[in-house]
Design a protein around this ligand. Structure first.
Ligand code: HSE
Length: 317
């Protein structure tokens, strides 16, 4: 770690923002990050908090309202070195997260995000901007939360990826597993929502858009030219209980020329067929190692916070 002091501005202090703040506070010393601090938090509900004190989460007062139009001003006026973007998902325009990320990068600030909007829809522009400004734009939390996924490749220098295949949406895998066990679709969806896995708009999960955003992000990182709008997407609405019992899973797949999301009946000896409940898994097929797998939580408060913490260590090391 360098001895430079890094200040963090957190945008969005909901589940992920609070989870990150809590995890960072807890792990800061053991990670040797005494040179890193959260200097500002901006949230529509909690307002603009500067130099938050330990225990801020318990003392939060809602109802403060921070106008969206002032968020960009707050970024511009901030002296933070790192912006952690944890606002809501918009897979149509990526806003407002896109403007937050762009503004921060233009100012030469590192950006860490768990938001799939800017990462899937505006990757090339934003990564280009980050390179130009010599800062990092990191998004581990967008794919499988803190469970290693595309970042596994950092451990395999030189390995060429031939294809990627996976179960990257906890909500749909939970629903399919529940259907396999005899529950009906809407009860299972309700349970996934109660567990906090489903997106605010569960259509993103059920109809495959969330999974498609993840395979798009992986494709961008690998330098493949698949855009979100070009991914062939089929969700799980038409999967029957019988098909669920026959190990039909919502599979995301990409290689250099093809990318799709669709329910596929898996062979019983396919490792992915044994992935159940909200668990995610990825298979990365490489020229040097053949198939490499990672499996674990793909969502959750602390699990997503772990991803942002992983990115933070990459920025400050
Ligand atoms: N709604 C997503 C899921 C959350 O169910 O996997 C994580 O991206």
């Amino acid at each position: 770690m360098t001895s430079k002091h890094f200040k963090i501005l957190i945008l969005g202090f909901g589940t992920v923002g609070q989870g990150f703040y809590e995890l960072f506070s807890k792990k800061r010393d053991s990670l040797g990050l005494s040179n890193v601090s959260v200097s500002e938090i901006v949230d529509m509900k909690y307002g603009h908090i500067t130099n938050p004190k330990q225990g801020i989460i318990k003392e939060l007062e809602g109802g403060k309202t921070f106008p969206q139009k002032d968020v960009l001003t707050a970024i511009r006026e901030s002296d933070a070195d790192i912006v952690c973007e944890f606002t809501w998902l918009n897979l149509k325009t990526a806003e407002p997260a896109y403007s937050h990320v762009k503004t921060a990068l233009e100012l030469g600030k590192h950006v860490i995000t768990t938001n799939k909007g800017p990462s899937a829809l505006k990757y090339n522009e934003l990564i280009g901007l980050a390179k130009k400004k010599n800062v990092k734009f990191l998004m581990k939390g967008t794919v499988m939360a803190g469970t290693p996924s595309f970042n596994l490749l950092d451990l395999l220098p030189g390995a060429e990826v031939i294809s990627v295949r996976g179960i990257m949406n906890g909500t749909t895998n939970y629903i399919l597993t529940s259907m396999e066990q005899g529950k009906n679709f809407s009860v299972a969806l309700k349970e996934a929502q109660n567990l906090g896995y489903a997106e605010a708009d569960p259509t993103n999960d059920v109809d495959g858009f969330d999974t498609a955003s993840k395979i798009t992000i992986i494709s961008h990182i690998l330098g493949w030219k698949h855009e979100f709008k070009d991914i062939k997407i089929e969700g799980i609405r038409n999967v029957t209980p019988e098909q669920a019992r026959e190990k039909t899973k919502l599979i995301a797949y990409a290689d250099k020329t093809t990318a799709y999301v669709k329910p596929i009946k898996l062979d019983r000896d396919d490792i992915l067929s044994g992935v159940s409940g909200v668990t995610n898994a990825i298979e990365i097929n490489t020229d040097t190692m053949g198939k490499v797998y990672s499996m674990g939580p793909g969502a959750g408060r602390i699990q997503t916070a772990q991803a942002a913490l992983t990115d933070l260590v990459t920025v400050v090391k």
